[in-house]
Write a protein that binds this ligand. Structure first.
Ligand SMILES: Nc1nc2c(c(=O)[nH]1)N[C@@H](CN(C=O)c1ccc(C(=O)N[C@@H](CCC(=O)O)C(=O)O)cc1)CN2
Length: 288
């Protein structure tokens, strides 16, 4: 089998670390003519946990279908107590995007999706303001305006209902400026990612650029992280910084920060789409 339409898959796994994991995985694939195109692994010695991502493709019919692969791999997974996934490389994750009034991260994601450089399906955009309706519907994507601020329960119930109704895999907070309740965060555990406009752990919460300016920092940045109930404390997926100096006003920092935020969030979403991000307690393993 040759060429780009060769059936291909990504296997990711996390399990207690021990001898023989890589051998078992590679034997499983070799027995079925699985051709490994990329393999990365990491042993967290402190946690005693092993992480692995293997991209592989079929060389003949022996490998079968995705369903058959999953049925067969369950034996290996069970033997090692793995938390594993096998996903067809062509399967694009379904993303629901949340935004408030800032367009820069949403516009960047929409452009990358529209130009095919971000392999995701955008199921819709939800917002607590009407401002982003035009840019969203212009791309032919459904826009959902949530109940107004102040009725958090109604707002969150509507958001959760859209997430479930669209069978979304991830909720991307692309500058969505409402703090999600613990109940909603638990409902979306490991499936909700936020872009915070600072280089965490510095300047959590609101108005980070003004506080950074007040502090006189020389670097500003942005952080993409999984969302937990604790504001801006979730496992970090990606970060980046830019140099600033004494002449930079808060407005300059906000302007410089927009580009950093958009790039960091797009990289994080791209790695999620490629199944390159694994949770490791309060941290992540990212097989770039
Ligand atoms: N449970 C969580 N929810 C959210 C997180 C998070 O980490 N955990 N990140 C935020 C995004 N964010 C910073 O990145 C952020 C958003 C909002 C606020 C805030 O203080 N909001 C005020 C209202 C502001 C407004 O209406 O404009 C509030 O909710 O009272 C701080 C940080 C997204 N949600």
């Amino acid at each position: 089998m040759q060429g780009s339409n060769v059936p291909s898959w990504v296997l990711t796994l996390v399990c207690a670390d021990r001898v023989g994991i890589v051998a078992a995985v590679s034997r499983f694939l070799a027995e079925r003519g699985g051709f490994i195109t990329d393999s990365q692994q990491y042993a967290d010695r402190d946690a005693g946990r092993f992480f692995m991502r293997v991209a592989f493709e079929a060389t003949d019919e022996r490998i079968g279908t995705t369903t058959r692969l999953r049925e067969d791999f369950a034996t290996v997974g069970g033997e090692f107590g793995m938390d594993w996934q096998i996903t067809a490389a062509a399967d694009r994750p379904r993303m629901l995007i949340a935004v408030s009034k800032g367009s820069h991260c949403l516009a960047d994601l929409l452009h990358r999706w529209q130009t095919g450089t971000l392999a995701i399906d955008i199921m819709g955009v939800v917002s607590n303001h009407p401002d982003m309706r035009r840019i969203t519907e212009w791309q032919g994507i459904p826009f959902h305006e949530l109940p107004p601020n102040g009725d958090k329960a109604a707002q969150e119930e509507a958001l959760a209902a859209i997430f479930e109704r669209t069978w979304s895999d991830y909720l991307i907070l692309a500058r969505y400026m409402q703090v999600l309740s613990e109940e909603l965060v638990q409902r979306l555990e490991g499936r909700c990612v936020n872009i915070h406009h600072s280089f965490l752990p510095g300047f959590k919460g609101a108005r980070p650029y003004h506080r950074a300016h007040e502090r006189g920092v020389k670097l500003i940045g942005a952080t993409a992280h999984f969302v937990t109930a604790d504001l801006d404390e979730g496992p970090i997926i990606e970060q980046a910084v830019e140099r600033v100096d004494h002449r930079a006003t808060p407005e300059d920092m906000i302007r410089i920060g927009r580009d950093i935020e958009a790039q960091v969030l797009a990289r994080a979403v791209g790695w999620l789409a490629d199944r390159r991000v694994l949770l490791n307690g309060g941290k992540t393993v990212v097989f770039r």
